[in-house]
Design a protein around this ligand. Structure first.
Ligand code: URA
Length: 271
């Protein structure tokens, strides 16, 4: 075989390999738009979230005793939380914590879901009706869109960890109040430290404002990495529910999540 055909074969094999490795992530903005549009067009903007049967309803368990942990005289909340070494420990504490509740009665704890060792942690705002019913964050229409966004940057939902600022549903799906966010924060901070991710993605304004302690407009917080509690890199993007109302923000979201995926790869993160 001549030297030139040998070289041609080598180049052609190299290009095929590059294509296999990079093709999936080289989705362009239009492909991202297409991949995420099925959820957006699935229901009119004003319709309430449909009940999407993802899992059977959690069984009704007998009422558990509750305790206001912040008022425990012998042990401060911080000590209780620091004693939690696993997410399971922390979940048990959260189940008992009155101070995580909003003023909507009889809601379920929506603790968080995903890979407990994830290098990427996503933090939304608060559970809605579907999340409350199923005890899992982002299972409604916004959750379906979130899954598509994750798929577009080559993640499964199980590769990452997903939580919310507030762990119980607020009444009438209102934004969680500042006092509710503040009460929830020590629990969330412990959850973050147990997972110990390299990257955090705040979904929306409420999440970013709570963690970054700012009231800056969302557009000023996007497209960059913020140091968070000295240990973590945090990025902010649009909330998936806001993309359902404003599909023209998907272009910016795509830019953000591509940047996030690149940082994840550069830091040698693993699912
Ligand atoms: N919106 C959120 O912020 N979190 C959820 O879990 C669902 C919708």
């Amino acid at each position: 075989m001549s030297d030139s055909s040998n070289l041609f074969d080598k180049i052609s094999n190299y290009l095929k390999l590059q294509e296999q490795v990079y093709a999936p992530i080289m989705m362009d903005a239009q492909a991202f738009e297409d991949a995420t549009s099925a959820v957006v067009s699935a229901a009119p903007e004003t319709s309430p979230e449909p009940n999407i049967e993802v899992k059977p309803e959690p069984k009704q368990e007998p009422e558990k005793p509750t305790r206001n942990l912040s008022k425990t005289p012998d042990q401060s909340l911080k000590e209780i939380l620091n004693a939690c070494k696993t997410l399971e420990d922390l979940k048990q504490v959260c189940e008992l914590a009155d101070d995580l509740k909003t003023d909507l009665p009889n809601t379920n704890l929506v603790f968080g879901v995903g890979n407990p060792n994830a290098d990427l942690l996503l933090i939304g705002e608060a559970p809605g009706a579907n999340e409350d019913r199923l005890g899992e964050p982002f299972v409604g229409r916004a959750g379906q869109l979130l899954n598509k966004i994750l798929e577009a940057i080559q993640f499964n939902r199980e590769d990452v960890y997903i939580a919310n600022i507030v762990k119980h549903r607020p009444p009438e799906n209102r934004d969680p109040l500042p006092k509710e966010r503040q009460r929830s924060l020590p629990y969330l901070e412990r959850q973050i430290d147990i997972i110990n991710p390299k990257l955090i993605l705040c979904l929306g304004r409420v999440s970013a404002h709570t963690l970054l302690e700012t009231s800056a407009p969302l557009k000023d917080m996007r497209s960059k990495f913020h140091p968070y509690r000295e240990k973590y890199e945090l990025m902010v993007t649009y909330h998936p529910a806001s993309l359902l109302r404003n599909p023209n923000w998907k272009r910016g979201t795509w830019e953000d999540v591509k940047m996030l995926r690149k940082r994840y790869d550069d830091l040698d993160c693993r699912p």
